[in-house]
Design a protein around this ligand. Structure first.
Ligand code: SF4
Length: 280
């Protein structure tokens, strides 16, 4: 086997690395996708042929999973009691969505049992969350937290974000941190962000309706309408009040060609409350 053949074999075998399958019923959306583009989720749920994500994307995701183990260890050292159940059965909100909530914490400054999510982020995403909070900075993650709390009855989530590129984050966020330091009178480590997110019933119900719409449209094979959200939005050119052409700004979407060919129309799915804009 030459090097190129060996690399191709490695990439193929890498796909089989996950120890357990993701076991939700057919066509059921997952919590992690509820806040993403509805049409992209529809294509996924309909099992349309999806090219594999580039190996470097998969690699980064695995780095994040590995880092979780370290985070749980550090949190335990801080006095939190952490339970991690990677092989937990999925929770399912009947007819709406499902997912896994594997990690819970109590102790230290937590007054109730709290669902914990740890995310590794590139410096742009990290800076956005750091400066604007998860609701405005990462609405897809916010939707995941709210939908999980809505379905499981847990009423508080703790999000921990780790920056994957310390030097880049420092240059973007350091200035802000100086101000934060003066206002708060404390010191915040620039590479780790923590936010406690309380359950919001209105958002939870809206996400449940969105999940039901997605599930029904995937089952009935009715394509959702294209949405204007942070991942699929129009970009007005300079001097234009609004864009003449729709352009999806998602950096990578396996279904881009099919989506453009299908045009904007389709079933209207309840919008994620943070993203209430649709393509005209
Ligand atoms: S190209 Fe954009 S709008 Fe179309 S499915 Fe992909 S993310 Fe959604």
């Amino acid at each position: 086997m030459n090097l190129y053949e060996w690399q191709a074999a490695f990439a193929a075998a890498y796909k089989e690395r996950h120890p357990y399958p993701y076991d939700l019923p057919e066509f059921m959306p997952s919590v992690s996708g509820l806040g993403k583009c509805a049409r992209q989720q529809w294509y996924r749920l309909r099992h349309l042929p999806e090219p594999a994500e580039p190996l470097e994307v998969q690699w980064q995701q695995d780095e994040g999973h590995d880092q979780e183990v370290i985070i749980w260890r550090v949190l335990r050292n801080m006095g939190y009691a952490i339970t991690t159940q990677k092989r937990n059965l999925p929770f399912i909100l009947d007819g709406a969505y499902g997912g896994h909530a594997d990690n819970y914490a109590t102790g230290n400054d937590l007054t109730e049992r709290t669902y914990v999510e740890a995310k590794q982020m590139n410096y742009r995403r990290y800076s956005r969350v750091y400066l604007r909070g998860v609701q405005a900075g990462e609405p897809v993650i916010y939707a995941q937290l709210q939908a999980t709390m809505h379905a499981t009855g847990i009423r508080q989530a703790m999000l921990i974000c780790i920056a994957d590129s310390p030097t880049a984050v420092k240059s973007e966020v350091r200035q802000q941190m100086r101000y934060m330091k003066i206002e708060d009178g404390g010191y915040v480590h620039p590479l780790v962000y923590r936010e406690l997110v309380p359950y919001n019933a209105e958002v939870g119900l809206s996400l449940e309706r969105r999940g039901r719409g997605l599930y029904a449209s995937a089952k009935a094979s009715v394509l959702p309408r294209r949405e204007l959200d942070p991942q699929a939005m129009e970009q007005p050119k300079r001097g234009e009040a609004r864009a003449k052409h729709w352009q999806c700004m998602q950096a990578y979407c396996a279904f881009r060609d099919a989506c453009i060919a299908a045009g904007p129309g389709g079933a209207i799915i309840e919008q994620h409350p943070v993203l209430r804009r649709m393509e005209p």
